[in-house]
Design a protein around this ligand. Structure first.
Ligand code: ADP
Length: 468
């Protein structure tokens, strides 16, 4: 059994299919044939035995009809009549009481066995024995009519029955072999046809493995079966993989580009210091200050990039008290930017609990408030509004700052995208703040929207799933 399993596991799907279907068809065919063979065998054998019984009955009736004065001569003169009773393949002997043959009808069995001694007084005895190497029905009975007493002996060789059975067996074997070959062939053909899309998919996957995501998906298969489903899953998986691969590449190239600038600035200033700074304290002071500023910016950039790259599992069991965290962060921001006014609009009767971690929400709000301050001229005026709907908590952060042009609004959540890079650079922006906000909001199954009008201000609306 283990060997068969091992052999099958090393076969291709087509091979397995062909072998299994051939084996199943062959076994079913063999079982049906065996049952049929046994049924035909016992039915035909029974027919042969009935024929023996019929002849013996007819012979008994014949003798009984001869009256009470039956002589050996009478018996011999009735040979013709008895001939018509006995089948051609049967041999009948009439013997006297000393078991000496007085009449023989037919000669299909040359050497007749001796008549057994223990015969029943009425009726006859039937047995099946080998005579002249052939299975034969043997029947014998005693006759006592008037002065005559003797025996009837009948042999019925099963030669024609056996040759018929051999013929049936041979036909069944040939048919079985034919069925085996046909089922294996049809199974293989079917498997080849049905598994063709799977084969194509394998080839395509090999191509992708060799050429990468650039290899086009050529396979066309529209049927709504398991292979169709597999293809759909494969295509969407490839799409996602390609997307994440491309965005990772984009991230790496953006990140290296963004890091190169501060490094070049620091490098330039260090060379300035080396050349002039030793003699000119003003150059030294200015270059050191600029280098420090760039290094601080670079540190922030690296921290934010790491934050974005970190793909920690979201903990959907986390619940945050949105109102409490909002108040805490507002206080924190007010200390850092004392000229900003931040108002909070909230219904004190409602509890604002959302499914998000304290840290994640804190980071989201901090980034939105920092942007609102950074992109406001004069003293920033910010309003935070909390509201609750059936299944979500809404947080709205509005400012009266410089606003975002319509065409930029769809891109501000992209990594490193800055509307006015010189401005956000001055203000310490990296272009990653809103990407981090977007990533965190998505992570906790929330949504973020922006509404803005250039020179009038912007409103960021976040919706988070409420705690049930
Ligand atoms: P940055 O670090 O440059 O602020 P963000 O990802 O936080 O990067 O923001 C991307 C860009 O979106 C910013 O450069 C800025 O131009 C614009 N922006 C973000 N928030 C505001 C806002 N409240 N008002 C006006 N512009 C904004």
């Amino acid at each position: 059994m283990n060997r068969i399993q091992h052999y099958l596991s090393n076969q291709s799907l087509k091979g397995k299919w062909a072998l299994t279907s051939a084996a199943v068809i062959f076994v079913s065919f063999a079982v049906i044939c065996s049952v049929l063979y046994i049924a035909i065998h016992s039915w035909l054998l029974n027919e042969q035995e009935q024929s023996v019984k019929r002849t013996m009955d007819d012979l008994t009736v014949f003798f009984e009809s001869q009256g009470n004065f039956l002589t050996i001569h009478d018996i011999q003169s009735n040979k013709g009549l008895m001939n018509s009773i006995v089948d051609k393949n049967q041999t009948v002997r009439i013997l006297n009481k000393d078991k000496i043959e007085i009449l023989r009808i037919n000669d299909s069995t040359k050497i007749m066995p001796s008549v057994p001694d223990n015969l029943p007084n009425h009726g006859y005895a039937i047995s099946k024995e080998k005579v002249e190497n052939v299975d034969t029905f043997l029947a014998a009975s005693t006759i006592r009519i008037g002065p005559f007493s003797g025996y009837i002996q009948l042999t019925h060789p099963l030669t024609s029955f056996e040759s018929l059975m051999r013929y049936i067996l041979t036909a069944m074997c040939i048919l079985g072999l034919g069925a085996l070959i046909a089922s294996a062939g049809i199974g293989y053909l079917l498997a080849t046809t049905l598994l063709k899309p799977l084969d194509d998919l394998r080839l395509e996957m090999t191509e992708v493995a060799e050429q990468g995501f650039t290899a086009p998906i050529k396979l066309q298969y529209d049927a709504k079966d398991e292979i169709g489903d597999l293809l759909t899953v494969y295509r969407s998986m490839m799409g996602e993989l390609e997307q994440s691969f491309l965005s990772q590449q984009q991230f790496i190239s953006d990140a290296s580009h963004e890091l190169r600038t501060p490094i070049q600035v620091v490098e330039g200033h260090l060379s300035l210091i080396k050349r002039w700074g030793k003699d000119d304290p003003s150059v030294l002071e200015e270059s050191l200050n600029t280098s420090l500023l760039e290094i601080t910016r670079m540190k922030k950039l690296i921290e934010e990039m790491l934050e974005l790259a970190r793909r920690e599992q979201n903990d959907l069991q986390n619940n945050a008290d949105i109102l409490m965290i909002t108040t805490d962060i507002m206080e924190e921001i007010k200390v850092l930017s004392p000229d900003a006014t931040i108002d909070l609009e909230v219904d004190p009767e409602i509890s604002y609990w959302a499914i998000i971690s304290d840290n994640a929400y804190g980071q989201i709000l901090r980034n939105l408030l920092q942007n609102a301050i950074r992109y406001s001229e004069n003293s920033p005026k910010i309003k935070i509004q909390l509201s609750k709907q059936h299944e979500s908590v809404q947080i709205e952060v509005s400012d009266k700052g410089i606003g975002i042009a319509e065409e930029d609004q769809s891109r501000i959540f992209d990594r490193f995208y800055r509307v006015d890079s010189s401005r956000s650079r001055d203000g310490g922006g990296t272009g990653l703040g809103l990407s981090i906000v977007n990533m965190l909001v998505n992570k906790y199954r929330g949504t973020i929207k922006v509404k803005s009008k250039l020179h009038f201000g912007s409103t960021f609306t976040i919706e988070l799933p409420a705690e049930k």
